[in-house]
Ligand binder design. Structure first.
Ligand code: UDX
Length: 471
């Protein structure tokens, strides 16, 4: 017999991006959730209702569910009370591209220590330990082994022994709260049907879309609950991101070919996207993908391949095609401006995509560094990530970050649209032309502007594979 959903006590380790969004959404569904993190400063700001990163709607969700969403540094007490513990700690990219599991390992051992504590209350049901962090195939067994190590290290025993489940997340930055409450699917990998049932019960409000929402019409009426084995669930996460990255690299390759033959990649993407086997999404060509997930997950998959001496020719090409796109920007500027030495170049948008202040693996960083190394004076603007960028230490030291787009554009020989924020897409083009150096040049790294409108404002327009519209 499984505890009624509302009675389930949930522990969640890692109050970072994935952990906090997951925790706040589960509290929103009515669960009592305790988020554990060793960063006391982060917990203090969360206790005060402040989310230490930019994610639309998350701070409000954390505040609205404060009575159910708690924060602690004490893993042992959370484990002792929990029915389900989510591991949502960071798995950064290691030197060789593989996922660094050290955070996951220390949590798993910590769970073992806690369960083996003499005062740990006897359990009727095994603790369900859920891997929410992005972890390589085989990590479920690895976590079980480390929990056992932890138990044995303190000379105790954990009866019944916990069950480890894989439950990958598919959250997109900038729409994570929406993605958590209205996912395309919930994937659970486990060898225990009881643990599977526990997760099915926990996610019931999302599966049946029975929780209240202001969104009208409701985006989803039901959500598939996909059950599979551990390894397949772990692979689904990597394969999903690698496929999306492949789709983007593919359309960028097509954009480069369109540029050579005079076709418009926007038209091509629309035409192929109507084929249900292809679909219209993730076919926006431009300067390529970045962020905290695609680069890391594709690298981790290639590292797994290397472990087996398997040559992932397609994944290698996906990464090579992506790196090429960033260089395309510099190439376009050189072809138009000849030398970049002493030229003022404005980068419009620094975050890896809109609606986030995340600069991890952002195309803006690579472009800024290349332009700086070619002697250009680079000025950056981002409506949200400016402060983060300026203090990140990731930008060339000579690069300026300003907080007004027109200040960045003033006296600029060229501008590059790097992140398609609304604030940048709706700039006053006449004003842009009036403050830039004559003749003004704009490279649209996201193909989001109307070339005719840009040209009508007296600005020379360069896009990616936009055919006659970009000559
Ligand atoms: C991604 C996955 O979408 C999400 O399911 C997973 O959980 C985490 O990784 P995210 O990193 O937030 O989410 O970004 P996403 O919106 O997927 O964009 C990834 C990159 O691809 C961005 O740099 C974006 O600019 C680029 N992109 C996306 C394109 O260049 N063209 C497109 O058509 C779509």
């Amino acid at each position: 017999m499984i505890k009624t959903p509302k009675g389930l006590n949930i522990g969640l380790v890692g109050a970072g991006y994935v952990g906090l969004v997951t925790g706040a959404c589960l509290a929103h569904l009515g669960y009592r959730v305790v988020c554990v993190d060793r960063d006391e400063e982060r917990l203090a700001s969360l206790e005060a209702g402040r989310v230490p990163f930019y994610e639309p709607g998350l701070e409000e969700l954390v505040r609205r569910n404060a009575e159910r969403l708690h924060f602690s540094t004490d893993l042992a007490s959370v484990v002792s009370e929990a029915d389900v513990v989510f591991i949502a700690v960071d798995t950064p990219q290691g030197e060789d591209g593989s996922a660094d599991l050290s955070n996951v390992a220390s949590v798993a051992r910590g769970i073992g220590y806690a369960l083996a504590e003499p005062e740990a209350s006897p359990r009727e049901h095994p603790l369900v330990v859920v891997n929410k962090s992005t972890v390589p195939v085989g990590s479920g067994d690895y976590v079980s082994m480390l929990i056992r190590d932890g138990v044995e290290e303190v000379g105790g025993e954990a009866v019944p022994f916990p069950v480890v489940v894989s439950n990958p997340e598919f959250l997109r930055e900038g729409s994570a709260v929406y993605d958590a409450l209205f996912p395309d699917r919930i994937v659970v990998g486990a060898d225990s049907s009881e643990a599977m049932d526990t997760l099915r019960a926990l996610y019931k409000p999302i599966i049946e879309q029975s929780f209240p929402t202001e969104l009208d019409p409701r985006p989803k009426v039901a959500v598939p609950f996909l059950t599979t084995d551990l390894a397949s669930a772990e692979m689904i996460k990597y394969a999903a991101n690698a496929f999306l990255a492949t789709k983007v690299s593919f359309i960028n390759e097509v954009a480069n070919l369109c540029e050579l033959v005079g076709a418009d990649v926007g038209e091509v993407a629309y035409g192929i996207g109507l084929d249900e086997r292809i679909g219209p999404r993730f076919l926006s060509a431009g300067i390529g993908w970045g962020g905290s997930c695609f680069p890391k997950d594709v690298a981790a998959l290639r590292a797994v391949a290397a472990e087996y001496n398997y040559e992932p020719v397609l994944l290698d090409a996906v990464v090579a095609a992506n790196e090429k796109q960033r260089k395309q920007v510099v190439g376009k500027l050189q072809r138009e401006l000849r030398t970049l030495k002493g030229k003022r170049i404005a980068l419009l948008g620094l975050a890896f995509k809109p609606n986030t202040d995340d600069l991890r693996e952002a195309p803006s960083l690579t472009i800024a560094r290349s332009l700086d190394s070619l002697g250009a004076m680079v000025v950056g603007y981002d409506p949200v990530a400016g402060d983060v960028a300026a203090s990140s230490g990731l930008l060339p030291t000579s690069m300026k970050v300003v907080f007004d787009p027109y200040e960045a554009l003033t006296g600029a020989h060229a501008a590059v649209l790097v992140t398609e924020w609304g604030q940048i897409r709706t700039l006053d083009l006449k004003k842009v032309a009036s403050v830039m150096k004559n003749p003004p040049l704009l490279v649209d790294g996201r193909n989001v502007l109307d070339p005719e409108k840009v040209r009508a404002a007296g600005i020379h327009y360069k896009g990616f594979g936009r055919g006659r519209r970009s000559v």
